[in-house]
Design a protein around this ligand. Sequence first.
Ligand code: EPU
Length: 341
Amino acid sequence: MTFALQPHYPLQALNTFGIAARADFFAELDALADLPDLLATPQAQQGPVVWLGGGSNLLLTGDVAGLVVRMALKGIRLLKEEHDSVIVEAAAGENWHSFVRHTLEAGWYGLENLSLIPGTVGASPVQNIGAYGVEVKDCIEEVVTAELDHGGRERILTNAECRFGYRDSVFKHEAAGRLLVTAVRFKLSRTPRLITAYGDIDGELSRMGISHPTPLDVSAAVMRIRSSKLPDPAKLGNAGSFFKNPIVDSDVAEALLQRYPKLVNYPAGAGKTKLAAGWMIDQAGLKGYRDGDAAVHERQALVLVNHGSASGADIVRLAEHIRSVVRERYGVELECEPVVL
Ligand code: EPU
């Protein structure tokens, strides 16, 4: 047994919002073999356990009663090589961006648009992370999980069984608290199939003087775009986009577009339209809005930031203000993206 249960443990360095809070007990899981023992501890039995990845999609609104476990499982291995593709498995605790760079440098393509997303590999399928026209589900073959009610018994889910949606999966619903992601198996291509028309990737590549981009070039362009808009959590606490882009019936979107012809929107399947929440918040005059140390980021209105000593409650109050302004002005409900504990 290599884990230690540490009481009254500070979590400020373990959540990218930089919120000061404590866990009654804390442990780090760095070997899968330890999971059954960990699950058998009285602290885990009393449950529910909070499983932490990079803490980059989390808002702590107070101390956490009970056990918090940081997933620190490491390892990347090539499971299968085919003519044009590979299956590569990465353990849940691997840093997402380091893993993406590792794949690109190995000549395994598909994740380049998802460069520089904070967090861990294990969190990536839970909210089906996405950026610049790609979602992680596009490259996931299988997700390896541990059944928490059965002492950590292994259960492997196919892509279809994960029921991926926009920032959504089975791990946020029926499997929440029951299946713990321990590793993810990706199917990556040896042939680049670049998606550069989305966002400003093409524009950024031409500013970089690149006319025939490689996947590593696309990764570099995405990194430049993200760094120019999104705050670095090491410098300014945040959890990425705080709200999901709302998906509404297309007739609702049509009516809104009559009033706001510039409202940025995207088709979202039959009869549905996705609206850019960042645009709506920005146009409502809230970009840069500050309430104490809780604020709307100055360069991306979908991102809320902690200027230093904001509490989780301060961020929640700011989020409620934004939701009510957006509801009043556009008649649209915004849904929080991070997990609020
Ligand atoms: N916009 C504004 N003002 C703002 C912010 C955005 O006018 O303050 C406009 C932009 O000009 C653009 C549109 O709104 O026309 C969309 O903005 P952007 O491309 O920055 O992306 P987003 O919809 O705000 C989503 C993801 C991001 C992902 C980007 C890029 C969600 C919730 N967020 O943001 O993901 O990086 O697209 O693909 O879907 C995250 O989930 O944490 C995240 C950062």
